[in-house]
Design a protein around this ligand. Sequence first.
Ligand SMILES: [Zn+2]
Length: 79
Amino acid sequence: MSQNTPIKKRFIAGARCSACQAQDKVMIFITPDDEWIECVDCGHIERRPTTVVSKGSFDAMPAATETEQVEVVQIRSMR
Ligand SMILES: [Zn+2]
């Protein structure tokens, strides 16, 4: 069907292969269905989720702790 679709590959700067730990040897390429990373050093291929895992509950947790600490300070200073 779409076998003639060109797949662009590009290196990920600073990325490390999870199999052989080689740095700057990992390429990423995107197919219509998924993202893949390929290590040119050892040939390891791994599928990546297309959703970005940058923002989430991971960032919200320390922020919530700081807010609690500020509230405690404000209550004490008002007395
Ligand atoms: Zn590798």
